[in-house]
Design a protein. Sequence first.
Length: 218
Amino acid sequence: MSNITNDKVEKYITERTHAVSNIQEEMELYAKENVVPIVTRDTLALLKTIVHINKPYNILEFGTAIGYSSIMICTELKGNCKITTIERNEKRYLKAIEYVKRAGFQDEIDIINVDVLEAGAIIENGLYDLVFIDAAKGQYRLFFDMIFEKVRSGGIIISDNIFHKAMVCEPEICSVERRQRTIYRRMNQYLDYLTTENESFYTTLVPIGDGLAITYKR
Ligand code: SAH
Ligand code: MG
């Protein structure tokens, strides 16, 4: 498995995406030391651009980890948003609570400690402008089907880590490690589904970070 991007290019871009706060740098360090897979700086830069273009208010995130992407998006929107974010891992959830409090976004970011697959009732009454899918890679299609009706027309669904270190892009399953094959199969089905021409949405696959799918709901 390898980086999906050219190392030189990624380094170049990363050097040009600056931290906006001490808390950002601290979270990046914590994530590195504790091997928490937060979005890369180049992916974050694109997310910020997307929120400026689409100006979402109601945001839903699957996979909070320590709250990095949520806090960064909320910061970029100057707190003018309502983010619901879901995390099943208790240690990460508690860390996220701590960082969100320190960032001063307790009123804007609602973190829920539950498995996304059990979160149906939580998202039931929502209508979202932006959904960020960044949790278990084998279930993206399930997650997508859970939220699609809850996204407003003109809204955006972003899926992260779609290429999983380029493993997903192997032309043949036989060159994929056995324990990765379920993810390989399911992610390929998901990306085929997202990119099939249809009336409901339009998707572009972006080779940034670990791979990003940006879906526009028509
Ligand atoms: N969005 C974060 C990173 C999330 S990492 C950021 O960029 O800052 C992915 C997280 O999803 C992990 O913390 C993992 O515990 C969580 N996760 C994976 N599958 C999940 C599920 N089914 N329900 C809830 N959380 C899940
Ligand atoms: Mg991710």
